[in-house]
Design a protein around this ligand. Structure first.
Ligand code: FAD
Ligand code: SF4
Length: 507
């Protein structure tokens, strides 16, 4: 055998670059389902079903020579690969850059031990190669998303007209932060469902039997698991929801999990669909007058901007990122993250829908579950393990920077210059969660006090030395300065109570 082409569970690209190039006479594709990839974090059942079902569909559709191991044959990827290297003795192992530093390390070590050359190519699924990201980052003091995004738009010509931003502006963020107001989101078209076929159903049965105590539910599993379904999901989004995506991108509403979001992240991250075709479809919708520019620019910004940017940062800063805890957060992750059992409506909603679908939209992740962990002072490694386990779209290259960088400020501000902190008043403004809550977002000190509000002021107090002079936090500290010593002491007392209640599952 000449080349053994390793295809990982998040590399199910129908145009996989190494498979497209292979010689079926001499080369073999290699895939393995292994327990360790399912259990190294306590994965949501829907995440397990999604990966395994998509892998099996990929296997069944592939018309090239393939070595495929189903679950149970080997405990981990290294053991599975080592056994086949011994048996088949390929001249080389070839791999596209994985989505996880740990996996890359393990494959490198396995090939070294076997004395077989490993060739890792960058994954052309991504628009910005890692070499180009390095060239962009080189010599910069700060890696600002806005700078990177504009640079990449100019480079690719996406949403550009004669080197100027299409629509006349680079940034429509200000138009895209509206709440729904009292009326709520109104009637939204339901998102397209993909009922489990026989392959998916057999994987559902397998997951229920093998990992019965893992978190999450499977009754509503309807994620796309093939490229054709991913394309249908994109068409459905562009037709029915893209136009409404922009303005209310940050808004939240009780029992409305998906709103106008695309829910394409899992299909993108498993490489079932190409980001270029996703953005092309959105841009075409603007050109044909089907969707406004603020929606389309906001959507392109997420994919061309954030998605490419976090990947570049991940590979630049691993593995140091994993161990950082610059705010010295030492609380354990409270049980409500795994159960959704709390009287905090915002957490109950965000965690509840996460357990049901394996999905929450960006602001729920950043400004509900992420915010609460940050304010409480949960150890970043535990927050990271939760996010990696609980969302169907979680792959470390995208999850980790969002969690440790953007959400938990564990890197001390390398990614986000200031921590994303807010009180319950923000949640009240952006959702209707507070309406049905036993806590009061305007209260920081009594038994009715909103935990977000109490912990917000407590966060400012605990980190005053670090952030009081921060240019972008002066406004927040100006408010804090108005609190007298009695109020400050009461906030600190209540914050200690809130921490204890959270630990005991009583909040
Ligand atoms: P939409 O709102 O429709 O956005 C369109 C697409 O843009 C998404 O599908 C996604 O591919 C991309 N995108 C949007 N925001 C981001 C972002 N901040 N970083 C990278 N890409 C982005 N996204 C993941 O794909 N996997 C994760 O494991 C993940 N973990 C996160 C953890 C935290 C703490 C936070 C704050 C965000 C995380 N995100 C993650 C980013 C974002 O929340 C999800 O991509 C988004 O909610 C997915 O839903 P959607 O497909 O409906 O996105
Ligand atoms: Fe969340 Fe506080 Fe609002 Fe309750 S009052 S929903 S805890 S922000």
């Amino acid at each position: 055998m000449r080349d053994l082409i390793v295809v990982l569970g998040d590399q199910l690209d129908p145009a996989h670059a190494l498979i497209a190039d292979m010689d079926p006479e001499q080369d073999r594709v290699w895939m393995a389902e292994v327990d360790d990839e399912a259990t190294h974090v306590w994965s949501h059942k829907a995440r397990l079903v999604l990966f395994l079902s998509a892998m099996r569909h990929f296997r069944d559709d592939l018309d090239r020579p393939l070595i495929y191991h189903e679950l149970g044959a080997h405990p981990d990827l290294a053991a599975a690969l080592a056994a086949d290297l011994t048996q088949h003795q390929p001249q080389r192992v070839r791999l596209l850059k994985p989505g996880d530093w740990r996996v890359e390390q393990s494959i490198e070590q396995t090939c070294r031990d076997a004395g077989i050359e490993l060739v890792v190519d960058d994954d052309p699924h991504f628009i910005c190669s890692l070499a180009d990201f390095e060239a962009w980052a080189d010599g910069r003091k700060r890696f600002l998303l806005e700078d990177f995004y504009r640079w990449l738009r100019k480079r690719t010509g996406i949403l550009m007209r004669n080197r100027e931003p299409a629509g006349g502006r680079w940034n429509y963020d200000e138009d895209n932060r509206a709440s729904f107001g009292r009326g709520g989101p109104g009637k939204l078209p339901p998102r397209q469902r993909f009922d489990p076929d026989a392959t998916t159903q057999s994987v559902i049965d397998l997951v229920e039997a093998r990992w019965p105590d893992h978190p999450g539910e499977l009754a509503d599993f309807d994620w796309p698991v093939t490229p054709a379904q991913a394309q249908q999901a994109l068409d459905d989004f562009v037709e029915h929801r893209l136009a409404g995506f922009g303005a209310h991108q940050d808004a939240m509403w009780t029992d409305a999990a998906f709103l106008s979001h695309s829910t394409l992240s899992a299909a993108l991250n498993l490489k079932l669909i190409d980001p270029r075709s996703v953005m092309d479809a959105a841009v075409q919708a603007w050109e044909s007058g089907h969707a406004p520019i603020n929606a389309v620019e906001g959507f392109v910004r997420q994919i061309l901007g954030w998605r490419e940017y976090v990947r570049g940062l991940y590979w630049r800063d691993m593995p140091q990122w994993l161990d950082e805890n610059r705010l010295d957060a030492q609380e354990a992750l409270p049980p409500m993250y795994w159960t959704g059992q709390t009287e905090m409506q915002c957490m109950q909603q965000a965690v509840g829908q996460t357990l049901r679908y394996g999905y929450a939209h960006h602001i729920q992740r950043l400004m509900i579950t992420g915010l609460f962990g940050l304010l409480l002072g949960v150890r970043p490694r535990e927050v990271h393990a939760w996010y990696l386990a609980i969302y169907v779209d979680a792959v470390e290259w995208v999850e980790l920077p969002n969690t440790l960088g953007m959400s938990q400020h564990a890197d001390g501000g390398r990614m986000a210059s200031k921590p994303y902190v807010a009180s319950g008043q923000y949640v009240k403004r952006m959702s209707n969660y507070c309406d049905g809550c036993r806590y009061d977002p305007g209260d920081a000190t009594t038994d009715q006090a909103c935990p977000m509000t109490t912990l917000y002021w407590d966060f400012l107090a605990r980190h005053e030395d670090r952030f009081a002079d921060h240019r972008r936090m002066r406004f927040q500290y100006r408010h804090y300065a108005r609190k007298n010593s009695g109020e400050r002491a009461a906030i600190s007392r209540r914050a200690n109570t809130v921490r204890k209640l959270a630990r005991d599952g009583q909040l």
